[in-house]
Write a protein that binds this ligand. Structure first.
Ligand code: PHB
Length: 392
């Protein structure tokens, strides 16, 4: 399905969901209302769509209910726009009366959601956004992340760039917001701990895709490698522009794995050979992943990516809470206990949540080969996040 057709069919399902559910009451004890606040438009639209599908797949596999509790959805397009985020999140909690918020992709939007979750004592499961503060100083009993912190894939790639790939110098390029800054911080920590040196940090505003000036700077600096954080539509454009500028064969391009996850169809030949680090790969030798990929392809007629996995695992976290609470969502203590303590059988391989409710998982080194992110090895095993400032 083309990007446009997918977006259109998704819009169809959003309006259907809204009309069908109206403003149903949250008080119904056999239902839990999940407010999906995700980007269904813009550069991160595919990411939001895949999270939504991953979540749905898990719920469907359980027969549409978790411990006898029916799962109802309210969907809201956050447009990856931080300035609209407080109003959007408040609307879900106060007008739509959702029981749990699920979202989002963009760190700036997720920071606003975390504030609303804390102010209104609402459970929040974050299926992507990696803002470190959310499992750092802003960490909270109510807030869980099924994805990663921005630092983690950056750190994994930094270690691999120095150790496995033997690079000594690098330039970083990213969007100028929390996700980019923190991803670059992770890379710098991993790379410099292992003898590398970051020469320069280049940025563009989010979600700009005008990269020519940066590419000229990179060509002039001539580092051993370039590290990037880009995702979604921006990642497709960056990889195409990097190859078209003739840089791909002279200065290897590395990234947090979002650079090549869910994007390979649009990048084609330009992505072949790129190394990235992420908590997922397309050919993991993990039985759960084989089952997951087969079920996902059958259900949605397309291959899953890391975002689909994170959506699926977000649903597993909700399920862990309902198991501990024996299906009684109103038992908050049991919900939080179940959601906090579990280890998960994730398609990504071993997954546990840290005390700050952030994933601890392997950072895999991957290389694009034949249009797939193929596993090269584990860059860092069971990597947690520094979680500085979290007092849970
Ligand atoms: C983020 O804003 O935290 C973010 C967005 C897209 C990604 C990863 C992280 O692929």
């Amino acid at each position: 399905m083309s990007f446009k057709t997918q977006a259109l069919s998704l819009l169809g399902s959003i309006s259907l969901a809204l009309t069908a559910h109206g403003v149903a009451q949250a008080a119904d004890s056999n239902k839990v209302k999940v407010g999906m606040m995700l980007p269904y438009s813009g550069t991160y639209a595919d990411l939001g769509n895949n999270i939504d599908q991953g979540f749905q797949l898990y719920i469907e596999e359980q027969g549409g209910t978790l411990e006898g509790v029916e799962i109802e959805y309210v969907r809201l397009d956050d447009e990856s726009n931080p300035s609209k985020a407080p109003e959007n999140a408040n609307r879900l909690v106060n007008r739509d009366q959702v029981d749990v918020m699920l979202g989002t992709v963009h760190s700036g939007v997720a920071l606003a959601m975390a504030k609303v979750a804390n102010d209104t004592d609402t459970l929040l499961i974050i299926p992507n956004a990696g803002a470190m503060a959310i499992t750092g100083p802003l960490c909270s009993e109510n807030i869980f992340r099924s994805s990663f912190s921005n630092w983690q894939p950056g750190y994994g790639m930094g270690v691999a760039a120095a150790k496995e790939l033997g690079k000594k110098t690098a330039v970083t390029v990213t969007w100028n917001y929390a996700a980019g800054d923190e991803s670059v911080q992770g890379f710098t920590d991993g790379f410099e701990e292992h003898g590398g040196k970051v020469l320069e940090n280049l940025t563009v505003p989010f979600p700009d895709v005008e990269f020519q000036a940066l590419l000229t700077q990179i060509a002039n600096i001539k580092p051993d490698a370039v590290y990037t954080f880009f995702a979604g539509g921006g990642a497709v454009k960056f990889v195409l522009d990097y190859a078209a500028a003739g840089l791909k064969d002279t200065i290897p391009l590395y990234g947090a794995g979002f650079l090549t996850d869910g994007t390979l169809q649009g990048q084609g030949e330009a992505a072949e050979g790129l190394y990235t680090a992420l908590h997922y790969a397309d050919d993991l030798d993990v039985q759960k992943d084989k089952d997951f990929r087969e079920a996902y392809e059958k259900r949605f007629n397309r291959v899953p990516d890391v975002y689909s996995v994170q959506g699926y695992d977000a649903a597993q976290i909700l399920h862990a809470g309902l198991k501990e609470a024996n299906g009684d969502f109103s038992n908050r203590e049991a919900m939080v206990k179940g959601m906090s303590e579990s280890t998960y059988d994730s398609p990504r391989g071993p997954l546990a949540l840290s005390k700050s409710h952030n994933p601890v998982h392997n950072m895999y080194l991957r290389k694009v080969e034949d249009g797939m992110n193929k596993l090269q090895g584990i860059a860092v095993a069971n990597l947690g996040d520094p979680a500085k400032g979290c007092r849970l």
